[in-house]
Design a binder for this molecule. Structure first.
Ligand SMILES: [Fe+2]
Ligand SMILES: [Fe+2]
Length: 170
């Protein structure tokens, strides 16, 4: 099985998303520990609930960000979340029905899914959000620091003019 640790190769360079990914990896590792040590069902349930709540909350957060940013690849990205939500739900149901393989299957599935998803889809989203935030920051700075009289006045024909000295006003 692949490593259950978050590494810089998973970074999407948006702090809040990276922090949530780290939390998911930690929760996943918690499920693995209890499953491998064949802990009591109540412990497996507790660890699984922590994991699903991290995953569900994180997906919803990314989807809110994508919607707010009018991200062009949102449909494609959300389809991947939907597929993972469905699969995780099936494994959780298996755990509830005391299917002895379901816990390990969940860990294996989600580990592999996270490695692939964070490195491609989430990284693409991260790049888009960073560019958008940079642009917004630049626009805010420009709007906030430029004096109003620094505007360039343009006539209908495209010629520039100074409204304070122009004959006949504008
Ligand atoms: Fe995602
Ligand atoms: Fe993510």
């Amino acid at each position: 099985m692949r490593s259950l640790k978050w590494r810089t190769s998973h970074a999407v360079f948006v702090t809040e998303l990276d922090d949530e990914h780290k939390e998911i990896f930690e929760a996943l590792s918690g499920v693995q520990q209890v499953v491998v040590s064949r802990g009591p069902l109540v412990e497996t349930r507790k660890a699984t609930q922590r994991l699903t709540s991290c995953v569900v909350g994180h997906f919803a957060h990314e989807e809110r960000l994508m919607r707010a940013a009018r991200y062009g690849s949102m449909r494609w990205h959300k389809q991947q979340h939907d597929a993972a939500r469905r699969r995780v739900g099936q494994f959780v149901l298996g755990i509830e029905h005391e299917d002895s393989k379901a816990g390990l299957d969940l860990v294996e599935y989600l580990t592999s899914w996270l490695h692939n998803h964070t490195r491609l889809s989430d990284r693409m989203l991260g790049a888009f959000l960073r560019n958008q935030r940079r642009l917004m920051c630049k626009l805010t700075l420009q709007a906030g620091t430029k004096p109003i009289d620094a505007c360039t006045w343009v006539r209908a024909n495209g010629d520039t003019f100074d409204p304070q000295t122009a004959e006949g006003g504008f």
